[in-house]
Design a protein around this ligand. Structure first.
Ligand code: 5RP
Length: 255
């Protein structure tokens, strides 16, 4: 049985096949995305010309160490963003942010022509909400924000505890929200949470992932949208199944 780190590395290595000379990349955060960034570092060392937008200070520091040119001001789109996830459901909707970088991760994903998620198979869930949903909120009057969230029927804790809260790269705090019985309607919950004043961003990534590369004992496999081209409308396929009319990426065909 491969170790989780080997699976994470396998997924990230598969995503590296999508990197082409001249691309502007989005570099995710967390242990799986780290393998991707390290791989980009190797490509750069071999002479490939790419630039990158990191999604956290940690990733920016790693990219700088690896001599990956960093872009901090962006006009236009990122060619390819690659990031990890905490949970992936059959519709390829995600929970992200347990590493605390969700706001910048969502910004980067939202301006990417292609957003590819790399995970080991332990991240696949039938329904989102198995674990907590991170919500980044402004520290100012955060209790009022928390009250509005509990008004939606959610329970929550301050990440790190009220005495020593975890502080994001943006100077905000994170409320880790639990949804009893899981998230039945991710888009609806995403809209409801986002509408609360004081919420900066939440970790629900609904309809954003184009491709999810999942590594299991059989090797990495790509779920999601067609190779190349723009985004496609997606129904809700079960994990690993093709939607009629779509040809799923096969890892060897990823372009
Ligand atoms: C950080 C994230 C990460 O992508 C997510 O937590 C997955 O991390 P890992 O690859 O270490 O399991 O969203 O904010």
């Amino acid at each position: 049985m491969p170790l989780p780190d080997e699976l994470k590395r396998a997924a990230a290595e598969k995503a590296l096949e999508l990197v082409q000379d001249g691309m502007l990349l989005g570099l995710g955060s967390g242990s799986t995305a780290r393998f991707f960034t390290e791989g980009v570092g190797r490509l750069v060392a071999d002479g490939m010309k790419v630039r990158a937008v990191p999604t956290s200070r940690d990733t920016a520091a790693l990219a700088a160490e690896l001599a990956i040119p960093i872009v901090t001001e962006l006009v236009g789109e990122i060619d390819l963003a690659v990031d990890g996830a905490d949970e992936v459901d059959p519709a390829l909707d995600l929970i992200k942010g347990r590493g605390g970088a969700l706001f910048r991760e969502k910004l980067v994903a939202s301006v990417a022509k292609r957003f590819v998620v790399v995970v080991d198979d332990s991240k696949l869930v039938k329904r989102l909400g198995v674990g907590v949903l991170p919500v980044e909120v402004l520290p100012f009057l955060w209790r009022s924000t928390a009250e509005r969230l509990t008004g939606l029927g959610l329970t929550l804790v301050v990440r790190g505890g009220e005495e020593t809260p975890f502080v994001t790269d943006n100077g905000n705090i994170v409320l880790d929200v639990t949804v009893v019985d899981g998230i039945g309607e991710p888009q609806r919950l995403a809209t409801d949470i986002k509408a609360i004043t004081g919420v900066v961003e939440h970790g629900l990534f609904v309809g954003i992932a184009d491709t999810v590369i999942v590594a299991g004992p059989e090797g990495p496999k790509a779920l999601g949208r067609l190779s190349g081209g723009g985004r496609v409308a997606r129904s809700t396929p079960a994990h690993g199944e093709s939607t009629p009319g779509e040809t799923r990426d096969r890892p060897s065909q990823a372009t």
